[in-house]
Design a protein around this ligand. Structure first.
Ligand code: ARG
Length: 567
């Protein structure tokens, strides 16, 4: 049992309060000189009807300390605990080495599905930098939930329906110069832009576009054929970006998939007395909840984004029986999701409490970071290309002898971009600057990857020298120097960071915990010799290096980065 759990149990026996609460109240003192754990006794003041310092003093004198705790001390209203450092080191090391890359995993999600709607790009539209947070956060949550035993279902809710496809067809038929499969998305976007320019002068083009979309809806072979081709070529192109990001989807059921599933939902809304006719449109009035109405059908009978999302939510519940359904979508759509969830609630679906809009802030490029060759839109693959190119140049300088620099530069350049958006809480806006995200000595993806590669190199050199260690026979007492202890604590904190990341849908908590391990390892590495020590100490330090390597690998993986062995 880990020290915190054991302490919480000891405190529970003494106070009669639930161990779970007590565990949550245990703190880590900012200064290790104050102990390894601290219990704020004001938490008990009400239940015990005593002043915190008195409680602290009493507990200090009478508490039966668990095996891993050497002593405790009352200090003001706090009860400070000092771990038996050797026992602590042995315990953490054993847990990490036994689990290896599975460290921090659990079975808490066994047999439970979590739906995750992320990336959700639009067909024949740019896959731009605004989709990066959704893609990166979603992919990281996908991995985090799976690590906790859940069954994640990743869904790319494609924007593949709507009158814009009628416009695309008109534009393509007018100006498209080659077969759709040979076009790039950029070329299609250019046609679309041109459509809008020319339609300003010739509004009748819009009628034509509407007619073409009607044809798609009614299954006209030519219209559907072109629409399908737009979709296929977009998916092929974005597929290359997803491959680079290490992202894949269990489902690409997008807006068009719900075309035949909205009717029953609209019927249900009507039966439940929720539909109101307003100026010819069918709406759900949400004025009682201080929100504009949710429009279900326009006056011309057309369905909307929200109509499709209603059908989607219900379909997902029926298909996956999720315990959570996450929508990783920019904060600009906050109102849309509040309306959506409210309508589902009014329909009587109590599972709507398990739906969450996992929102995030804006990403932009710092001035001069990328020359925008395509108007104002920043394409994600341009950002990745630039990152990889710059990384490659840095590597040329830092590690000229490295073999397969291309693969390493790809892993590190792409990783730097992903890390750049995951290292702050979701809702904060991110401004991308190369000197920040590619700083190998800063709090960046490359820094963590570099530390992982350093661990690999230490272990490789040990192997080459014929040094090994037996995890079952380590003298962990030798790991009580401050740098080793700090590293052990960082490793110890990792599983809780994963749980918290899932509970709050905040991947950055895992990124931070991983960063803590990386910086603690580097401090350990500079403070301590490894190879030159006598066998017992060398073995203990190699074991700690292996533990750090495995957890860094897992941390990088959970955030969505590769972990190259050499850099
Ligand atoms: N395609 C939309 C956009 O780019 C995002 C879709 C999000 N998912 C959803 N179920 N509404 O804005």
């Amino acid at each position: 049992m880990d020290n915190k759990t054991a302490l919480a149990q000891a405190l529970a026996e003494k106070t009669g309060l639930p161990a779970q609460d007590l565990a949550a109240w245990l703190e880590t003192p900012p200064d290790p000189a104050l102990g390894d754990y601290a219990f704020p006794c004001f938490r008990l003041a009400k239940a015990l009807r005593k002043a915190p310092p008195a409680i602290a003093a009493e507990l200090a004198a009478s508490l039966a300390l668990p095996a891993g705790i050497a002593r405790c001390e009352a200090k003001g209203g706090y009860l400070n605990f000092f771990a038996d450092q050797g026992a602590y080191a042995a315990d953490v090391l054993k847990r990490v080495l036994q689990a290896g890359r599975a460290y921090g995993s659990s079975q808490e999600g066994q047999g439970r599905n979590v739906c995750m709607d992320y990336s959700s790009i639009n067909i024949a539209k740019p896959f731009h930098i605004g989709h990066l947070p959704s893609t990166a956060i979603g992919n990281s949550l996908y991995r985090i939930y799976n690590h906790l035993g859940y069954h994640s279902v990743s869904i790319n809710h494609l924007g593949d329906w709507g009158t814009q496809f009628g416009k695309m067809i008109v534009a393509y038929k007018l100006w498209g110069a080659k077969p759709v499969p040979q076009c790039t998305v950029r070329e299609l976007v250019a046609l679309y832009v041109r459509f809008h320019q020319e339609a300003e002068e010739k509004p009748e083009m819009n009628d034509e576009a509407r007619a073409w979309f009607k044809k798609i809806e009614s299954g006209d072979a030519e219209a559907v054929g072109l629409w399908k081709q737009f979709k296929e070529m977009t998916l092929k192109e974005v597929g290359r970006v997803y491959d680079r990001l290490g992202v894949s989807f269990d489902s690409y059921a997008g807006e068009s998939f719900y075309e035949d599933k909205m009717g029953p939902v609209i019927e249900e809304l009507r039966e439940k007395g929720l539909l109101k006719i307003d100026d010819g449109a069918s709406i759900v009035d949400l004025s009682a909840y201080d929100m504009p109405p949710c429009i279900i059908l326009r006056s011309d009978g057309a369905t909307l984004y929200a109509t499709r999302d209603l059908a989607t939510a219900i379909y997902r519940k029926n298909t996956y029986d999720f315990v959570k359904s996450l929508y990783v979508v920019a904060y600009q759509q906050a109102l849309h999701f509040r309306q959506l969830f409210k309508v589902l609630e009014l329909m009587g679906y109590d599972w709507v409490k398990d739906c969450e809009h996992v929102q995030f802030g804006m990403v932009s490029m710092a001035e001069g970071t990328l020359s925008t060759r395509h108007g104002n839109v920043v394409y994600l693959d341009d950002v990745l290309d630039a990152a990889v190119e710059k990384t490659r140049a840095i590597m040329e300088e830092k590690s000229p002898d490295l073999q397969d620099k291309d693969a390493a530069a790809e892993a590190v350049g792409v990783g730097a971009v992903i890390w750049g958006v995951l290292y702050t809480s979701r809702i904060k806006d991110t401004v991308f600057a190369w000197d920040k995200v590619l700083n190998f000595d800063g709090e960046t993806g490359p820094y963590v990857q570099y530390t992982h590669a350093r661990c690999c190199s230490v272990l490789r050199k040990a192997r080459e020298a014929g040094y090994s260690f037996d995890p079952a026979a380590l003298e962990a007492d030798l790991l009580t120097d401050p740098a080793s202890m700090a590293l052990l604590k960082a490793l110890d904190a990792f599983p809780e960071a994963i749980r918290a990341a899932a509970a709050k849908n905040e991947p950055y908590l895992v990124a931070r915990a991983t960063m803590d391990i990386a910086s603690a390892y580097n401090k350990f590495y500079y403070d301590n010799r490894i190879m030159a020590e006598e066998a017992p100490l060398r073995k203990a330090r190699l074991a700690l290096t292996q533990a750090a390597r495995d957890v860094l690998h897992t941390g990088l993986y959970l955030v969505g980065l590769q972990a190259p062995e050499r850099m």
